[in-house]
Write a protein that binds this ligand. Structure first.
Ligand code: NAP
Length: 493
């Protein structure tokens, strides 16, 4: 007979590791963590393009219970995050649960046996009482559907599959995309390329970046007196929280702050780009916050370099040796870099086929109804399943605030199961409906509902026109609810 584990976690990034740590804390330790990549770290394992760094200050972008006093900069480079992930896996002895190269195709609830059967691509199945998916939001790379792109004869690199062995020196390259990834990448590669053409469809809001090395002396203080780093974390998180709540979520009440953020970005652009035509092209025509803004001190000045050109005429098609825009002009290139982001709404919600009670298919149900998840974590008709990368789960700030709120939710839920001597849980329909109504109502005050967002092409919005990723509350509210939701919002058996 097949062994039934306590839990299967899909994804060995920070979300999956946080879930495993939480289950361990509750004495649940027969776990399997299935990871399609060849190592742990999630986004910080997959992404390693030049310029990669966190965009939330490192004191905040880490588990609060596992501070790292040794971040080298205020915004640590990606490689440090990958090392931090390895440190966490070692310290909390999580590697013993992990299986790499394990791509999950689907998961099905077996109602008679009251467990999940998880099917791997290689045909193997794994059974577990609980299923937790921690597959992230930005994990399915988006390859643009541009005519002729497959006929390009040069080198194609997606930023989520960077080829470290490929030498960019002396090359004539194009970058498609101007999202947060491109903003980090462009200044780095422009230094070594012979020619760079950046194809922009939608400009991004860019504010100044306050960054710098964290001196060794400060690192030593953080290590010896952890309270000092906790204070720094609190200060940073409070500022982020304030900005998010006022400028984005309470657009109705605090539009003036949203406008101030846009003005700050515009004057940043003004200081760094003198050519009015170039400035016009780089200026967004949608409200600040409709899509994720970013910051950089080096992005705009890169367009002043003689070897860099911003192209805003739409791409018509790609040929073997270049890109042709709709005005018929062709730019010859030998390297095509796709900074085209990730597909969230078609392939990521959920990232694998999940079939719950009575044959309910999660992806189909979400698309035919609305994207929804009670407290951003549980869905009716999916017993013993927690979806960690869910609609309305992400605080929009440090992802660790989301992870830790979800760990707290797990603590309360599994604690209640234990107390009742139960083995299955399922969120009730009415509790889920009430939560959806509540977040929908709250979104009514946000920039997503009231701002001018129609030209933003923001991945926050889904095919139903709803900004269904962010939880439209403070992180304090998310954390409080995670520790105090009515336990009867779930049914237990
Ligand atoms: P993104 O924000 O989705 O940007 C993708 C870019 O590609 C956009 O400019 C998009 O243009 C363009 N694009 C896509 N398909 C295209 C097509 N067919 N033709 C022309 N242009 C096309 O992706 P991203 O830059 O990878 O960033 C994704 C998210 O990752 C960020 O929002 C952020 O949350 C996260 N991120 C974080 C960090 C960090 O520091 N921690 C760094 C990088 C990224 P349109 O806007 O017109 O669609």
């Amino acid at each position: 007979m097949q062994h039934v584990h306590d839990a299967v976690i899909v994804g060995a990034g920070f979300g999956g590791m946080g879930a495993a740590i939480q289950l361990n804390r509750m004495g649940i330790d027969d776990l399997v963590i299935l990871e399609r990549e060849d190592d742990l770290g999630g986004t910080w394992h997959v992404n390693r393009y030049p310029g990669l760094a966190v965009d939330i200050a490192s004191v905040t972008y880490s588990y609060s219970f596992e501070p790292n006093p040794y971040w080298s900069r205020l915004f640590a480079p990606g490689a440090e995050l990958k090392r931090y992930a390895e440190h966490v896996a070692d310290k909390y002895e999580l590697r013993r649960y992990m299986r790499f190269g394990a791509t999950v195709d689907n998961a099905q609830w077996d109602a008679d046996a009251a467990h999940w059967v998880v099917q791997l691509r290689d045909g193997e199945t794994v059974a577990a009482r609980y299923l937790l998916t921690a597959t992230g939001f930005l994990s399915q790379p988006n390859t643009p559907d541009i005519a002729g792109i497959e006929s390009f004869a040069g080198k194609v690199i997606h930023t989520a599959a960077w080829d470290d062995a490929y030498d960019l020196r002396g090359k004539r390259a194009a970058i498609i995309g101007t999202g947060a990834t491109a903003v980090q990448l462009i200044p780095e590669v422009a230094r070594v390329l012979d020619e760079l053409t950046v194809y922009q469809r939608t400009p991004i809001w860019v504010t100044p970046k306050v960054d710098g090395d964290i001196p060794n002396a400060v690192q030593r203080v953080f290590a010896r007196l952890p309270i000092t780093q906790r204070v720094a974390r609190l200060a940073n998180s409070s500022v982020l929280e304030l900005l998010m709540i006022s400028a984005v979520l309470h657009f109705r009440q605090a539009q003036v702050l949203n406008r101030a953020a846009a003005r700050m970005a515009k004057s940043h652009l003004h200081r760094q780009i003198k050519d009015p035509e170039l400035r016009r092209k780089l200026t967004p025509d949608y409200d600040f916050g409709c899509k994720r803004p970013t910051f950089s001190n080096t992005y705009y000045p890169t367009f002043n370099r003689p070897n860099v050109r911003l192209e805003t005429t739409p791409i018509d098609h790609v040929e073997a040796d270049g890109i042709v825009t709709t005005d018929g002009a062709k730019t010859e290139i030998d390297t095509l870099i796709l900074a085209t982001g990730f597909n969230i709404w078609d392939t990521n919600f959920p990232a694998l086929e999940i079939i719950g009670r009575d044959g309910r298919n999660l992806g189909k149900w979400w698309r035919e109804n609305r994207f929804q998840a009670y407290e951003g974590i549980a869905i009716p008709a999916f017993p013993n399943y927690l979806s960690l990368a869910s609609p309305y789960s992400y605080s929009g700030l440090s992802y660790f605030t989301t992870i830790e709120a979800q760990m707290r939710h797990m603590q309360r839920l599994f604690g209640e199961l234990d107390k009742r001597g139960a083995t299955t849980f399922e969120v009730r329909d009415d509790a889920n409906a009430k939560f959806l109504e509540w977040v929908t109502d709250k979104l009514g005050d946000s920039v997503f509902s009231l701002g001018a967002c129609s030209t933003a092409r923001s991945y926050y919005f889904n095919q139903h026109g709803e900004a269904a990723i962010l939880r439209p509350t403070s992180t304090i509210n998310a954390f409080r609810e995670a520790g105090s939701f009515p336990v009867d919002d779930y049914a237990y058996a």
